[in-house]
Design a protein around this ligand. Sequence first.
Ligand code: FAD
Length: 288
Amino acid sequence: MSQTTFSFEIFPPNKESAAEKLTETLDELVGLSPDFISVTCTNKNDDLARLTVKLAGYVKNRLNVPSIAHLPAAYLDKQQVSEILNELETLGVTNLLALRGDRIEGRKPRDDFRHVSDLIAYVHENFPDFHISAACYPEIHPESNSRVDDIKHLKYKTDQGVDSLITQMFFDNESFYRFRECCELADINTPIVAGIMPIVKRKQALRILNTSSATLPKKFTAILNKYHDDPESLKAAGLAYAIDQIVDLVTQGVAGIHLYTMNDAETAKYIWQATRSLFENGRKVHQA
Ligand code: FAD
């Protein structure tokens, strides 16, 4: 049995007060012994990648936890990307989640990294010490015309040299299993880590109900509809739903669980406490 990883995603705060809170959150997350913590990066402003670099360095060097820096590159050129990668390397952070990034209305992407595969090839050629992860979409990327196109592009992207894939959030495990099967058929053998978003707040519940393009199983929409105005019940049911998803995924041999924490340590802690033996027993078997 191979080890199933358990990891977190955090995002850099944009205010001083939030930065203090994040330090406390991180102290709690570190106590849960994650395999790694990934740090998101917005592409709304070229300078914001600095916050990601700084935070990824903090996680790696001050907290002693492996960190992955997200890097959406569509609006960057080669020189900017090289500067960011040099800074990361100086900090000892050599794990990257390579991304194209979302399109921003009214802003023209640069030509250097039109697709993330261009970034992956560039990093391999110029920064060979980096381990590269990339994003994948069990329910296809919204810009893709078809499942076939999406998988073909994913195959091309992983062939550029991707060490692991992390999925977009999903609420229907069956869609993940279908996707995994398509990857196998396409000879995409990169480990796939499942991104899980626990829905525990009213705002999240309403956003998912009103705008999500993900498949929402009946049992899940029933929870959101019934409890979105009842914070305690929504939290209890949302956590139970995420735990149920995780138990099933680990049982079905997923490579890892990446929790979209939304910088909320309490949720991460609750989920870890409920599921830790699944991961720790895997670790013991792996070490034996
Ligand atoms: P790509 O793999 O390049 O794919 C984008 C689209 O182009 C797809 O439809 C694909 O099928 C198509 N495509 C790919 N290659 C080709 C090709 N050669 N020819 C034609 N079409 C092609 N965004 C952020 O801004 N910051 C973050 O920190 C961030 N973190 C994320 C973490 C995860 C785990 C995930 C799943 C997404 C994250 N995103 C983030 C969102 C991501 O940037 C968007 O989904 C973006 O629209 C696509 O990025 P990508 O790297 O997957 O692009």
